[in-house]
Design a protein around this ligand. Structure first.
Ligand code: 4NP
Length: 169
């Protein structure tokens, strides 16, 4: 299995949407026995909660039901996942700091830690982050949905052409 973890700050808006969009693609492409995905937040502010109702509503309008309950990123995630995908730069810094701790603690496994929008074909050079929609209007949630689905498709193509190809050998 290739295990993929999407990470944002609260794990109630961007990363559960990324997980839902990616799971949709896993199902569509029949890759349930090859790819597993999950999401987490660098904060535990909303631990246990379902996604923000505005994010759930936007996802539902596109045929995706978000069922994830928020959880905090933990050091053990660095042993369980091959890919950890950050929604933005500030969270990338937190993820990398925790990865350092995982290495210092002698935990094995070395996931590739990457930025979500590095897979968004429409992202310009300055568009490194998936913007946090939490304090904005409804348009922000639709914009986040659109960039996440673009990035998920591209990331999935990348996995199919790399990790999954080597599985078949
Ligand atoms: P997320 O959005 O990181 O995309 O889940 C946020 C959700 C909640 C908060 C910040 C960002 N908050 O400060 O509570």
């Amino acid at each position: 299995m290739v295990n993929v973890l999407f990470v944002c700050l609260g794990n109630i808006c961007r990363s559960p949407m990324a997980e839902g969009a990616f799971q949709y693609l896993i199902n569509e492409r029949g890759l349930q026995d090859k790819i597993f995905c999950d999401s987490a937040g660098t904060s535990g502010f909303h631990a246990g909660e379902l996604a923000d109702p505005r994010m759930m509503e936007t996802a539902r309008a596109h045929g995706i039901e978000l069922t994830h309950h928020s959880r905090k990123l933990v050091i053990e995630d660095f042993t369980s996942f091959q890919y950890i995908i950050s929604m933005d730069g500030p969270n990338l810094d937190i993820i990398l700091a925790l990865q350092k701790k995982a290495v210092q603690a002698g935990l094995h496994g070395s996931p590739k830690v990457l930025m979500m929008r590095s897979f968004d074909p429409e992202a310009g050079e300055a568009d490194e982050d998936v913007p946090d929609p939490y304090y904005g209007g409804l348009n922000g949630f639709e914009d986040v949905y659109q960039m996440l689905t673009r990035a998920c498709e591209n990331f999935m193509d990348f996995l199919e052409n790399s990790e999954l190809k080597s599985f078949k050998k």
